[in-house]
Design a protein around this ligand. Sequence first.
Ligand code: HAM
Length: 423
Amino acid sequence: MSETIRAVRGMNDLLPADAPLWAFFEQNIREWLKSYGYREMRTPILEHTGLFKRAIGEVTDIVEKEMYTFVDALNGESMTLRPEGTASCVRAAIENNLLFDGGKRLWYAGPMFRHERPQKGRYRQFHQVGVEALGYAGPDLDIEHLLMTARLWKKLGLAEFIKLEINTLGGAEARASHRQKLIAYFAAHIDQLDADSQRRLHTNPLRILDSKNPAMQAMVEAAPRLIDELDAAARAHFEAVKRGLEDAGIDYQVNPRLVRGLDYYNYTVFEWVTDKLGAQGTVCAGGRYDGLVAQLGGKPAPACGFAMGVERLLVMMAEANLLPAPDVPDVYLVNVGDAAARYALTAAESLRDAGLSVVLHAGGGSFKTQMKKADASLARYAVLIGDDEVAANQVTVKPLREGDQQREQQRVALTEAIEFLKG
Ligand code: HAM
Protein backbone atom coordinates (compact mmCIF):
# COMPACT_ATOMS: atom_id res chain seq x y z
CA MET A 1 0.00 0.00 0.00
CA SER A 2 1.27 3.47 -0.67
CA GLU A 3 1.83 6.00 2.09
CA THR A 4 -1.18 8.11 3.06
CA ILE A 5 -1.16 11.84 2.50
CA ARG A 6 -2.36 13.81 5.50
CA ALA A 7 -4.13 17.17 5.70
CA VAL A 8 -2.00 20.29 6.10
CA ARG A 9 -1.20 20.92 9.79
CA GLY A 10 -3.68 23.25 11.45
CA MET A 11 -6.27 22.77 8.69
CA ASN A 12 -9.28 20.65 9.63
CA ASP A 13 -11.79 18.53 7.81
CA LEU A 14 -15.44 19.07 8.68
CA LEU A 15 -16.81 15.54 9.15
CA PRO A 16 -20.48 14.51 8.94
CA ALA A 17 -20.75 14.15 12.72
CA ASP A 18 -19.94 17.86 13.19
CA ALA A 19 -21.72 19.21 10.11
CA PRO A 20 -25.16 19.60 11.79
CA LEU A 21 -23.64 21.92 14.43
CA TRP A 22 -22.09 24.08 11.69
CA ALA A 23 -25.37 24.11 9.75
CA PHE A 24 -27.30 25.03 12.91
CA PHE A 25 -24.83 27.85 13.61
CA GLU A 26 -24.98 29.15 10.01
CA GLN A 27 -28.77 29.09 10.04
CA ASN A 28 -28.81 31.15 13.25
CA ILE A 29 -26.25 33.57 11.82
CA ARG A 30 -28.33 34.21 8.70
CA GLU A 31 -31.50 34.89 10.68
CA TRP A 32 -29.64 37.14 13.10
CA LEU A 33 -27.95 39.20 10.34
CA LYS A 34 -31.20 39.55 8.46
CA SER A 35 -32.90 40.88 11.57
CA TYR A 36 -30.38 43.77 11.57
CA GLY A 37 -30.59 44.45 7.83
CA TYR A 38 -27.06 43.29 6.91
CA ARG A 39 -26.45 41.96 3.39
CA GLU A 40 -24.13 39.16 2.41
CA MET A 41 -21.11 39.46 0.16
CA ARG A 42 -18.36 37.04 -0.84
CA THR A 43 -14.84 37.89 -1.89
CA PRO A 44 -12.02 35.70 -3.25
CA ILE A 45 -9.83 33.76 -0.83
CA LEU A 46 -6.73 34.97 -2.70
CA GLU A 47 -5.72 38.64 -2.94
CA HIS A 48 -2.66 40.66 -3.93
CA THR A 49 -0.25 40.68 -0.99
CA GLY A 50 -0.11 44.48 -1.03
CA LEU A 51 -3.76 44.70 0.06
CA PHE A 52 -3.07 43.11 3.44
CA LYS A 53 0.25 44.88 3.93
CA ARG A 54 -1.40 48.22 3.41
CA ALA A 55 -4.59 47.50 5.39
CA ILE A 56 -3.36 45.45 8.35
CA GLY A 57 0.06 47.13 8.62
CA GLU A 58 3.63 46.05 7.81
CA VAL A 59 4.68 45.75 11.46
CA THR A 60 1.98 43.42 12.74
CA ASP A 61 2.24 39.74 13.68
CA ILE A 62 -0.17 38.85 10.89
CA VAL A 63 1.81 40.53 8.10
CA GLU A 64 5.28 39.87 9.50
CA LYS A 65 4.93 36.16 10.22
CA GLU A 66 1.49 34.65 9.72
CA MET A 67 0.48 35.16 6.09
CA TYR A 68 0.48 32.39 3.49
CA THR A 69 2.22 34.36 0.79
CA PHE A 70 3.65 32.92 -2.42
CA VAL A 71 4.76 34.05 -5.84
CA ASP A 72 2.31 33.13 -8.59
CA ALA A 73 4.47 30.95 -10.84
CA LEU A 74 2.59 32.09 -13.94
CA ASN A 75 3.03 35.84 -13.64
CA GLY A 76 5.48 36.40 -10.79
CA GLU A 77 3.00 38.37 -8.68
CA SER A 78 2.98 38.08 -4.89
CA MET A 79 -0.30 36.57 -3.70
CA THR A 80 -1.68 35.94 -0.20
CA LEU A 81 -4.40 33.70 1.20
CA ARG A 82 -6.61 36.12 3.10
CA PRO A 83 -5.79 36.23 6.84
CA GLU A 84 -8.96 38.23 7.60
CA GLY A 85 -11.96 39.69 5.78
CA THR A 86 -12.04 43.44 6.39
CA ALA A 87 -9.36 44.37 3.84
CA SER A 88 -11.06 42.34 1.10
CA CYS A 89 -14.51 43.68 1.96
CA VAL A 90 -13.29 47.29 1.76
CA ARG A 91 -11.37 46.59 -1.45
CA ALA A 92 -14.49 45.11 -3.05
CA ALA A 93 -16.67 48.00 -1.85
CA ILE A 94 -14.28 50.52 -3.44
CA GLU A 95 -13.79 48.53 -6.63
CA ASN A 96 -17.55 48.06 -7.15
CA ASN A 97 -18.49 51.54 -5.99
CA LEU A 98 -20.84 50.14 -3.35
CA LEU A 99 -20.93 53.38 -1.36
CA PHE A 100 -22.14 55.54 -4.26
CA ASP A 101 -25.52 56.16 -2.59
CA GLY A 102 -24.49 56.11 1.06
CA GLY A 103 -23.62 53.70 3.84
CA LYS A 104 -23.81 49.93 3.53
CA ARG A 105 -24.29 47.20 6.13
CA LEU A 106 -22.42 44.11 4.94
CA TRP A 107 -21.44 40.64 6.14
CA TYR A 108 -19.35 37.73 4.93
CA ALA A 109 -18.35 34.29 6.15
CA GLY A 110 -15.64 31.89 5.15
CA PRO A 111 -12.17 30.47 5.74
CA MET A 112 -9.20 32.67 6.71
CA PHE A 113 -5.56 31.58 6.82
CA ARG A 114 -2.85 32.39 9.36
CA HIS A 115 0.38 30.51 9.89
CA GLU A 116 0.12 30.35 13.70
CA ARG A 117 1.10 27.51 16.05
CA PRO A 118 -1.99 25.28 16.10
CA GLN A 119 -3.66 24.56 19.45
CA LYS A 120 -7.18 24.32 20.85
CA GLY A 121 -9.16 27.19 19.31
CA ARG A 122 -6.27 28.25 17.06
CA TYR A 123 -5.91 26.88 13.56
CA ARG A 124 -4.13 27.75 10.32
CA GLN A 125 -7.35 27.58 8.37
CA PHE A 126 -10.18 28.90 10.52
CA HIS A 127 -13.56 30.44 9.78
CA GLN A 128 -14.88 33.89 10.50
CA VAL A 129 -18.25 35.52 10.24
CA GLY A 130 -17.53 39.21 9.70
CA VAL A 131 -19.74 42.28 9.75
CA GLU A 132 -18.77 45.66 8.29
CA ALA A 133 -20.77 48.91 8.31
CA LEU A 134 -19.20 51.19 5.72
CA GLY A 135 -19.97 54.89 5.49
CA TYR A 136 -21.32 55.55 9.01
CA ALA A 137 -19.52 57.87 11.42
CA GLY A 138 -21.70 57.98 14.52
CA PRO A 139 -21.43 55.92 17.70
CA ASP A 140 -24.87 54.47 16.93
CA LEU A 141 -23.21 51.91 14.63
CA ASP A 142 -20.59 50.97 17.23
CA ILE A 143 -23.48 50.42 19.66
CA GLU A 144 -25.47 48.45 17.08
CA HIS A 145 -22.53 46.06 16.68
CA LEU A 146 -22.22 45.52 20.41
CA LEU A 147 -25.97 45.00 20.83
CA MET A 148 -26.15 42.62 17.93
CA THR A 149 -23.24 40.49 19.16
CA ALA A 150 -24.79 40.41 22.66
CA ARG A 151 -28.04 39.22 21.09
CA LEU A 152 -26.22 36.45 19.19
CA TRP A 153 -24.63 35.05 22.35
CA LYS A 154 -28.10 34.88 23.89
CA LYS A 155 -29.55 33.24 20.79
CA LEU A 156 -26.79 30.60 20.84
CA GLY A 157 -27.04 30.03 24.61
CA LEU A 158 -23.50 31.35 25.21
CA ALA A 159 -24.25 34.67 26.94
CA GLU A 160 -23.17 33.55 30.41
CA PHE A 161 -19.72 32.47 29.17
CA ILE A 162 -18.67 35.59 27.23
CA LYS A 163 -17.70 39.03 28.54
CA LEU A 164 -17.21 42.33 26.75
CA GLU A 165 -14.07 44.45 26.91
CA ILE A 166 -13.93 47.82 25.20
CA ASN A 167 -11.40 50.60 24.71
CA THR A 168 -10.90 53.66 22.58
CA LEU A 169 -7.78 54.32 20.51
CA GLY A 170 -8.73 57.95 19.83
CA GLY A 171 -8.03 59.79 16.60
CA ALA A 172 -4.82 60.12 14.62
CA GLU A 173 -3.46 63.08 16.61
CA ALA A 174 -3.96 61.47 19.99
CA ARG A 175 -2.27 58.31 18.75
CA ALA A 176 0.69 60.26 17.34
CA SER A 177 1.29 62.10 20.57
CA HIS A 178 0.76 58.93 22.63
CA ARG A 179 3.20 57.15 20.35
CA GLN A 180 5.94 59.73 21.04
CA LYS A 181 5.37 59.42 24.78
CA LEU A 182 5.44 55.62 24.59
CA ILE A 183 8.69 55.57 22.62
CA ALA A 184 10.29 57.89 25.16
CA TYR A 185 9.00 55.77 28.06
CA PHE A 186 10.02 52.39 26.60
CA ALA A 187 13.39 53.79 25.49
CA ALA A 188 13.99 54.73 29.11
CA HIS A 189 13.23 51.10 30.08
CA ILE A 190 14.97 49.45 27.14
CA ASP A 191 16.85 46.94 29.31
CA GLN A 192 13.48 45.49 30.42
CA LEU A 193 12.11 45.02 26.87
CA ASP A 194 12.25 41.57 25.27
CA ALA A 195 13.64 41.17 21.74
CA ASP A 196 10.24 41.44 20.03
CA SER A 197 9.45 44.64 21.91
CA GLN A 198 12.85 46.19 21.24
CA ARG A 199 12.30 45.59 17.55
CA ARG A 200 8.90 47.26 17.78
CA LEU A 201 10.07 50.24 19.82
CA HIS A 202 10.23 52.60 16.85
CA THR A 203 7.97 50.81 14.38
CA ASN A 204 4.93 49.87 16.46
CA PRO A 205 5.33 50.79 20.14
CA LEU A 206 1.57 50.45 20.74
CA ARG A 207 1.89 46.70 20.25
CA ILE A 208 4.32 46.51 23.18
CA LEU A 209 1.29 47.26 25.38
CA ASP A 210 -0.20 44.03 24.12
CA SER A 211 2.81 41.96 25.22
CA LYS A 212 1.99 38.84 27.24
CA ASN A 213 5.57 38.57 28.59
CA PRO A 214 5.13 38.33 32.41
CA ALA A 215 8.55 39.88 33.05
CA MET A 216 7.40 43.12 31.36
CA GLN A 217 3.92 43.41 32.92
CA ALA A 218 4.65 45.87 35.74
CA MET A 219 6.64 48.18 33.46
CA VAL A 220 3.97 47.99 30.74
CA GLU A 221 1.20 48.70 33.29
CA ALA A 222 2.90 51.98 34.21
CA ALA A 223 3.33 53.18 30.60
CA PRO A 224 1.68 56.45 29.44
CA ARG A 225 -2.00 55.93 28.73
CA LEU A 226 -3.66 56.81 25.46
CA ILE A 227 -6.86 57.71 27.26
CA ASP A 228 -5.06 60.77 28.71
CA GLU A 229 -4.38 62.09 25.18
CA LEU A 230 -7.93 61.90 23.82
CA ASP A 231 -9.50 65.05 22.38
CA ALA A 232 -13.09 66.12 23.08
CA ALA A 233 -14.56 64.40 20.00
CA ALA A 234 -12.98 61.05 20.82
CA ARG A 235 -14.10 61.30 24.44
CA ALA A 236 -17.66 62.16 23.42
CA HIS A 237 -17.76 59.21 20.98
CA PHE A 238 -16.55 56.79 23.64
CA GLU A 239 -18.95 58.16 26.24
CA ALA A 240 -21.84 57.71 23.79
CA VAL A 241 -20.83 54.08 23.18
CA LYS A 242 -20.68 53.38 26.90
CA ARG A 243 -24.04 55.08 27.45
CA GLY A 244 -25.59 52.97 24.69
CA LEU A 245 -24.36 49.80 26.39
CA GLU A 246 -25.70 50.96 29.74
CA ASP A 247 -29.10 51.84 28.21
CA ALA A 248 -29.28 48.33 26.75
CA GLY A 249 -28.19 46.72 30.03
CA ILE A 250 -25.03 45.15 28.58
CA ASP A 251 -22.17 44.64 31.04
CA TYR A 252 -18.72 45.70 29.87
CA GLN A 253 -15.29 46.44 31.15
CA VAL A 254 -13.03 49.21 29.85
CA ASN A 255 -9.62 47.66 29.23
CA PRO A 256 -7.12 50.47 28.54
CA ARG A 257 -4.58 47.89 27.28
CA LEU A 258 -6.84 46.57 24.54
CA VAL A 259 -5.09 47.72 21.32
CA ARG A 260 -5.85 44.94 18.75
CA GLY A 261 -3.33 43.30 16.44
CA LEU A 262 -4.29 45.13 13.23
CA ASP A 263 -3.25 48.72 12.51
CA TYR A 264 -6.42 50.04 10.88
CA TYR A 265 -8.38 50.77 14.06
CA ASN A 266 -9.21 54.15 15.60
CA TYR A 267 -11.76 55.19 18.25
CA THR A 268 -13.78 52.22 19.59
CA VAL A 269 -12.21 48.74 19.77
CA PHE A 270 -13.72 45.73 21.51
CA GLU A 271 -13.29 42.05 22.22
CA TRP A 272 -15.73 39.44 23.51
CA VAL A 273 -13.68 37.07 25.66
CA THR A 274 -14.26 33.80 27.48
CA ASP A 275 -12.29 31.82 30.05
CA LYS A 276 -13.62 28.54 28.59
CA LEU A 277 -11.03 28.22 25.81
CA GLY A 278 -7.70 28.44 27.61
CA ALA A 279 -5.30 30.86 25.97
CA GLN A 280 -7.49 31.49 22.90
CA GLY A 281 -10.16 33.40 24.78
CA THR A 282 -11.24 35.97 22.19
CA VAL A 283 -14.31 34.75 20.31
CA CYS A 284 -15.22 37.99 18.55
CA ALA A 285 -13.40 41.28 18.02
CA GLY A 286 -13.52 44.50 16.07
CA GLY A 287 -13.97 48.22 16.20
CA ARG A 288 -13.95 51.39 14.18
CA TYR A 289 -11.55 51.92 11.25
CA ASP A 290 -12.42 55.33 9.82
CA GLY A 291 -9.20 55.70 7.78
CA LEU A 292 -9.12 52.40 5.91
CA VAL A 293 -11.36 53.18 2.94
CA ALA A 294 -9.23 56.22 2.05
CA GLN A 295 -6.02 54.30 2.79
CA LEU A 296 -7.03 51.69 0.20
CA GLY A 297 -7.70 54.37 -2.39
CA GLY A 298 -11.43 54.98 -1.91
CA LYS A 299 -13.25 58.23 -1.30
CA PRO A 300 -12.86 58.77 2.47
CA ALA A 301 -15.64 57.01 4.40
CA PRO A 302 -15.87 56.11 8.08
CA ALA A 303 -16.46 52.46 8.99
CA CYS A 304 -16.67 49.92 11.78
CA GLY A 305 -17.08 46.17 12.08
CA PHE A 306 -16.13 42.96 13.78
CA ALA A 307 -15.45 39.29 13.13
CA MET A 308 -16.02 36.17 15.19
CA GLY A 309 -14.07 32.91 15.19
CA VAL A 310 -16.56 30.21 14.24
CA GLU A 311 -14.49 27.25 15.55
CA ARG A 312 -14.08 28.94 18.93
CA LEU A 313 -17.80 29.50 19.30
CA LEU A 314 -18.60 25.96 18.20
CA VAL A 315 -16.11 24.44 20.66
CA MET A 316 -17.90 26.38 23.39
CA MET A 317 -21.31 25.24 22.18
CA ALA A 318 -20.21 21.60 22.05
CA GLU A 319 -18.66 21.80 25.53
CA ALA A 320 -21.81 23.40 26.93
CA ASN A 321 -23.86 20.64 25.25
CA LEU A 322 -25.78 23.15 23.15
CA LEU A 323 -26.05 20.68 20.29
CA PRO A 324 -28.81 20.59 17.69
CA ALA A 325 -30.79 17.38 17.14
CA PRO A 326 -28.91 15.13 14.69
CA ASP A 327 -30.01 15.06 11.06
CA VAL A 328 -32.07 11.90 10.50
CA PRO A 329 -33.80 10.69 7.33
CA ASP A 330 -37.55 9.99 7.34
CA VAL A 331 -37.14 6.69 5.53
CA TYR A 332 -34.54 3.96 5.02
CA LEU A 333 -35.53 2.05 1.93
CA VAL A 334 -34.70 -1.66 2.19
CA ASN A 335 -34.73 -3.62 -1.08
CA VAL A 336 -33.86 -7.28 -1.64
CA GLY A 337 -33.54 -8.77 -5.11
CA ASP A 338 -33.07 -7.32 -8.58
CA ALA A 339 -36.72 -6.52 -9.29
CA ALA A 340 -37.03 -4.90 -5.85
CA ALA A 341 -33.94 -2.79 -6.47
CA ARG A 342 -35.50 -1.47 -9.70
CA TYR A 343 -38.81 -0.75 -8.03
CA ALA A 344 -37.03 0.86 -5.07
CA LEU A 345 -35.36 3.48 -7.29
CA THR A 346 -38.69 4.84 -8.53
CA ALA A 347 -40.38 4.39 -5.14
CA ALA A 348 -37.62 6.48 -3.51
CA GLU A 349 -38.17 9.26 -6.04
CA SER A 350 -41.93 9.21 -5.36
CA LEU A 351 -41.30 9.47 -1.61
CA ARG A 352 -38.98 12.44 -2.25
CA ASP A 353 -41.60 14.04 -4.53
CA ALA A 354 -43.82 13.99 -1.45
CA GLY A 355 -41.18 15.87 0.55
CA LEU A 356 -39.79 12.93 2.53
CA SER A 357 -36.04 12.35 2.98
CA VAL A 358 -34.99 8.88 1.91
CA VAL A 359 -31.80 6.85 2.20
CA LEU A 360 -31.96 4.16 -0.45
CA HIS A 361 -30.06 1.07 0.64
CA ALA A 362 -27.21 0.32 -1.75
CA GLY A 363 -24.95 -2.69 -2.00
CA GLY A 364 -27.41 -5.59 -1.61
CA GLY A 365 -27.58 -8.00 1.36
CA SER A 366 -30.32 -9.87 3.20
CA PHE A 367 -33.33 -8.23 4.88
CA LYS A 368 -31.56 -8.77 8.21
CA THR A 369 -28.35 -6.93 7.23
CA GLN A 370 -30.28 -4.13 5.57
CA MET A 371 -32.53 -3.71 8.64
CA LYS A 372 -29.39 -3.31 10.77
CA LYS A 373 -28.32 -0.44 8.49
CA ALA A 374 -31.81 1.03 8.69
CA ASP A 375 -31.61 1.06 12.50
CA ALA A 376 -28.14 2.61 12.47
CA SER A 377 -29.31 5.35 10.10
CA LEU A 378 -31.69 6.59 12.85
CA ALA A 379 -34.43 6.84 10.23
CA ARG A 380 -37.96 6.95 11.65
CA TYR A 381 -39.26 4.31 9.26
CA ALA A 382 -37.99 1.47 7.15
CA VAL A 383 -39.82 0.89 3.89
CA LEU A 384 -39.24 -2.69 2.73
CA ILE A 385 -39.47 -4.01 -0.80
CA GLY A 386 -38.90 -7.69 -1.66
CA ASP A 387 -40.25 -10.05 -4.30
CA ASP A 388 -43.66 -10.28 -2.55
CA GLU A 389 -44.05 -6.49 -2.52
CA VAL A 390 -43.03 -6.22 -6.17
CA ALA A 391 -45.56 -8.90 -7.16
CA ALA A 392 -48.36 -7.15 -5.25
CA ASN A 393 -47.27 -3.67 -6.28
CA GLN A 394 -47.03 -2.70 -2.61
CA VAL A 395 -44.44 -1.72 0.03
CA THR A 396 -44.09 -2.68 3.69
CA VAL A 397 -43.78 0.19 6.14
CA LYS A 398 -42.11 -0.54 9.47
CA PRO A 399 -41.83 2.06 12.25
CA LEU A 400 -38.33 2.04 13.80
CA ARG A 401 -38.42 4.59 16.63
CA GLU A 402 -40.02 4.39 20.03
CA GLY A 403 -42.89 6.89 19.88
CA ASP A 404 -43.78 5.43 16.46
CA GLN A 405 -43.76 1.76 17.51
CA GLN A 406 -47.46 1.62 18.30
CA ARG A 407 -48.10 2.36 14.64
CA GLU A 408 -47.87 -1.16 13.32
CA GLN A 409 -46.01 -2.59 10.39
CA GLN A 410 -48.28 -2.69 7.33
CA ARG A 411 -48.18 -3.68 3.68
CA VAL A 412 -49.94 -1.11 1.50
CA ALA A 413 -49.83 0.53 -1.90
CA LEU A 414 -47.05 3.11 -2.29
CA THR A 415 -49.54 6.00 -2.45
CA GLU A 416 -51.08 4.86 0.84
CA ALA A 417 -47.61 4.50 2.38
CA ILE A 418 -46.82 8.08 1.39
CA GLU A 419 -50.00 9.36 3.07
CA PHE A 420 -49.17 7.36 6.20
CA LEU A 421 -45.52 8.55 6.32
CA LYS A 422 -46.49 12.17 5.89
CA GLY A 423 -49.16 11.92 8.59
P1 HAM B 1 -9.05 39.36 14.56
O1 HAM B 1 -9.09 39.72 16.01
O2 HAM B 1 -7.72 39.18 13.96
O3 HAM B 1 -9.86 40.50 13.80
O4 HAM B 1 -9.90 38.04 14.32
C1 HAM B 1 -11.26 37.97 14.70
C2 HAM B 1 -11.55 36.64 15.37
O5 HAM B 1 -11.16 35.55 14.54
C3 HAM B 1 -10.76 36.39 16.65
O6 HAM B 1 -11.36 37.03 17.75
C4 HAM B 1 -10.84 34.89 16.79
O7 HAM B 1 -12.08 34.51 17.37
C5 HAM B 1 -10.80 34.43 15.35
N1 HAM B 1 -9.45 33.97 15.00
C6 HAM B 1 -8.38 34.72 14.67
N2 HAM B 1 -7.31 33.95 14.41
C7 HAM B 1 -7.71 32.66 14.58
C8 HAM B 1 -7.06 31.38 14.46
N3 HAM B 1 -5.79 31.26 14.07
N4 HAM B 1 -7.80 30.27 14.72
C9 HAM B 1 -9.10 30.37 15.09
N5 HAM B 1 -9.75 31.54 15.22
C10 HAM B 1 -9.08 32.67 14.97
C11 HAM B 1 -10.08 40.51 12.45
O8 HAM B 1 -9.83 39.60 11.73
C12 HAM B 1 -10.76 41.76 11.97
N6 HAM B 1 -10.92 41.66 10.51
C13 HAM B 1 -12.10 41.96 12.66
C14 HAM B 1 -12.81 43.20 12.18
C15 HAM B 1 -13.79 43.26 11.24
N7 HAM B 1 -12.56 44.43 12.57
C16 HAM B 1 -13.35 45.26 11.91
N8 HAM B 1 -14.09 44.57 11.10
